[in-house]
Ligand binder design. Structure first.
Ligand code: ADP
Ligand code: MG
Length: 255
């Protein structure tokens, strides 16, 4: 398959004072591909994610999303173009219901301009109905339907992680960037998560960039892996090879 990749990060660099948190790193995520971004603590994974989603400006490099240069686009535009992310520290509204969290995420992400709203008022109502329908479908998909009207605070951490994923999917992103989605999950819930991420790719054709510490998750899910250490890419390839690479083993042991 030689179609245009969903994401191409070219030579991204970001400094914090004297620290080069991300140093000339390139990666690509093909259509319906799951790419892992791994590395010891402080290796630059979160900074890389923030450069890709636009939460942080880069000091150098370019980002091509779905064939278009988005290097100078702010994060809300990248979201509107079809990029979603989940956070390691969940960012849900605890006192709002599960369904409200999904609807709100969609509205924030897709917020149209005033002009769009005026010329498309009727379609705004249709849009609202279809988003509600989609929210219910997604909640069913994640086995959360019965909790739709409950406040998020009433759910377990495992369920809240599922809400976080459903929230990212509500706007049908082309690329879903997952920041340590297995963090804090019990082993059976990690198994469920792996199944669900597989299904996201297989049923929605989604492309995924996965930051993950749990090597089982990486091995089970990722087509390719990029390994960072001290901001530099030290290895890339299929998970089975990368985890055996002495340079990678050394980086993990030395950390
Ligand atoms: P990882 O996610 O792989 O643990 P980070 O991207 O969070 O790594 O951090 C990479 C490096 O950049 C670390 O040395 C960290 O201390 C530094 N860093 C990250 N964010 C900031 C920031 N906002 N200000 C200063 N230094 C930062
Ligand atoms: Mg991090």
């Amino acid at each position: 398959m030689t179609s245009v990749p969903v994401l191409e990060a070219k030579n991204l660099t970001r400094r914090f004072g004297g620290v080069v948190a991300v140093n000339d790193v390139s990666l690509r995520v093909g259509r319906s591909e799951i790419v892992g971004l791994i590395g010891p603590n402080g290796s630059g994974k979160s900074t890389m994610v923030n450069l890709i989603t636009g939460e942080l400006p880069a000091d150098g490099g370019r980002l091509i999303f779905d064939g278009a240069d988005i290097s100078s686009q702010p994060s809300y535009r990248r979201a509107r173009l079809g990029m979603a992310r989940s956070f390691q520290m969940l960012r849900l509204f605890l006192s709002l219901s599960v369904e409200e969290n999904l609807l709100l995420a969609h509205h924030i992400r897709m917020k149209s301009s005033m002009f769009d709203t005026i010329i498309a008022r009727r379609s705004a109502v249709e849009e609202e109905n279809s988003v509600r329908k989609r929210a219910r479908e997604l909640l069913a998909w994640f086995d959360l339907e019965e909790f739709a009207d409950n406040p998020v605070s009433a759910l377990s951490i495992g369920q809240q992680r599922m809400v976080e994923l459903a929230r990212g999917l509500i706007s049908e992103p082309k690329l879903f960037v997952l920041d340590e989605p297995a963090a804090g999950l019990s082993p059976p819930n990690v198994d469920r998560l792996i199944t669900l991420i597989h299904r996201m790719r297989d049923e929605f054709g989604m492309s995924i960039l996965l930051v993950e510490h749990d090597m089982r998750v990486v091995r089970d899910l990722c087509d390719h892996v990029v390994v960072l250490d001290s901001g530099v890419m030290i290895a890339k390839g299929i998970p089975e090879m990368v985890v055996k690479d002495p340079v990678v083993v050394e980086a993990y042991i030395g950390s």
